[in-house]
Design a protein around this ligand. Structure first.
Ligand SMILES: *Cc1c(COP(=O)(O)O)cnc(C)c1O
Length: 465
């Protein structure tokens, strides 16, 4: 399997090379040259497989022989052995034909563990095989950082540097990152906001001259193809559990960077009968405006109670656009150029195609709090703020009541006690036993000014020889 850029101007890469990179040199994102397709019979034959065995079926064609089957199986088994629930991605029913897919049973309590536990083990394997060392540099508004650190902290060939906006992540989120004390992990609290963090990382990928000669940067945000690929699995897993491929299924996905829901789109292209994909956004609603009224224009970022979706420009949306524009890299380059001046209207053909599968909905903080309260009163089930937005979106815009609607639960409510309190919970939702002493653990991080030179010096000084 080869991987090509959405801008069409970069050489194709192998699977292993695409895992070890970030953006393509032409500024695009890598996507597989073609998608594996599974017949209904083949999908039906996977009913009852464990999560890990299903993952092996789905991931193997993407790896395209770069990694022997036995080794890939071990990478997958190790990646999900750290989860707290035997089903890995359990389903919980909350209403007639409405299900919550709990994607927060991994070590850091957010769905990002699905991709980042896997990516950490995959990088470890590839780097050992090549006898190569790399530097991971990433920005986080909260969940990516801890999941990436948890995924990479055991990899001897990786030094990882995670930037978070100083004082703007929750205490649980910060402590999940800063209490990992292995000597290849470095947390930088940047005196700035999330965009500042991301700009530091982008600038560093663009010019890697500050690194020691034998090192390169690897991306752990969802521009990394391996993350998207790992997430395709749970769409099939939920679908199979609820009757696919013999009956269709719908998903509602709390969306920020469009990574998670893009994996759902790929699952449908690969043969899963997906009736509807709902893009659920908070007040940062560029994707909702784009889908509902073809208004893909920038607005100021709003800080919400669902911070992992406080994103203005969704990088993975470009991967969908590439398909909507019949994989015409030049057209994508032009669209992105248009967007730099503020807005990016799509053409009618692209809009029609998108609306055939995608619907969207937007919810602000006050309405989201009401959803947490209502669902708790109805069922005793406590939603986290991101998931609550997805549940309400599903209830508002689902097309069919007679097929299962799966609402992806992207984080545990324990990560966001503020929202739970506002929704009337008298006690903070409990952290799992493995994290019960989180607030007693020693923390280690450095506070740095918003200055590229000093950040890069800190990275260069702390890369191990
Ligand atoms: C990252 C994240 C999201 C958004 O996921 P995308 O793949 O960026 O769309 C939603 N909810 C939570 C809890 C997250 O951590």
């Amino acid at each position: 399997m080869k991987y090509i850029s959405t801008r069409g101007q970069s050489p194709a890469l192998s699977f292993e090379d695409v895992v070890l990179t970030g953006l393509a040199p032409d500024g695009g994102l890598y996507v597989p040259e073609s998608l594996p397709k599974f017949s209904a019979d083949e999908i039906a034959s996977w009913a009852g497989l464990s999560y890990q065995d299903l993952a092996l079926k789905i991931i193997t064609p993407f790896v395209g022989g770069d990694i022997p089957d036995g080794d890939l199986k071990k990478i997958i088994d190790d990646s999900y052995a750290t989860f707290h629930h035997g089903a890995i991605a359990p389903l919980v029913q909350t209403a007639q034909n409405e299900w919550i897919l709990e994607l927060f049973q991994g070590p850091t309590l957010a769905f990002k563990d699905f991709a980042l536990q896997f990516l950490g083990n995959l990088l470890d394997y590839i780097l050992k095989k090549r006898d190569q060392k790399v530097v991971v540099m990433g920005a986080t508004s909260g969940d990516t950082g801890s999941a990436a650190i948890e995924g990479c902290c055991h990899c001897d060939n990786i030094d990882i540097f995670i930037l978070h906006p100083h004082k703007r992540v929750s205490d649980v989120q910060r402590r999940q990152m800063t209490t990992v004390l292995t000597n290849n992990v470095h947390n930088i609290a940047l005196e700035g906001n999330f965009d500042d963090c991301q700009n530091m990382v982008k600038a560093s990928f663009g010019d890697q001259g500050f690194l020691p000669e034998d090192r390169q940067l690897v991306a752990v945000n969802s521009i990394n193809w391996a993350r998207i690929m790992a997430q395709i699995v749970y769409y099939f897993y939920a679908g199979l559990a609820l009757g696919a491929p013999h009956r269709p299924i719908a998903f509602s996905v709390p969306t920020g960077n469009f990574g998670d829901i893009f994996a759902g789109y790929l699952a449908s292209k690969m043969g899963l009968p997906v009736e509807q994909l709902i893009v659920a956004t908070n007040a940062n609603d560029i994707l909702h405006r784009c889908i509902s009224e073809n208004d893909h224009s920038k607005k100021d970022l709003i800080h919400s109670l669902s911070p992992s979706m406080d994103i203005m420009v969704s990088s993975n949306f470009e991967r969908l656009l590439f398909d909507l524009y019949d994989r015409d890299g030049a057209a994508i380059g032009q669209l992105i150029e248009d967007f730099k001046s503020g807005s990016m209207p799509l053409n009618d053909a692209a809009l029609d195609k998108m609306r055939g599968l995608f619907s969207s909905y937007r919810l602000d903080d006050d309405a989201m709090i009401e959803v947490i309260r209502t669902v708790f009163d109805e069922t005793g089930y406590l939603l986290d703020p991101h998931t609550a937005i997805g549940v309400e979106a599903a209830r508002k815009v689902r097309k069919r009541q007679d097929i299962p609607m799966v609402c992806l639960a992207t984080a545990s409510p324990a990560k966001f006690p503020e929202a739970a309190q506002k929704a009337g919970q008298s006690e903070d939702p409990a952290l799992p036993a493995s994290m019960a002493d989180l607030f007693e653990r020693e923390e280690r991080y450095t506070v740095q000014g918003n200055d590229l030179g000093s950040i890069q010096k800190f990275v260069a000084d702390n890369v191990r020889g």
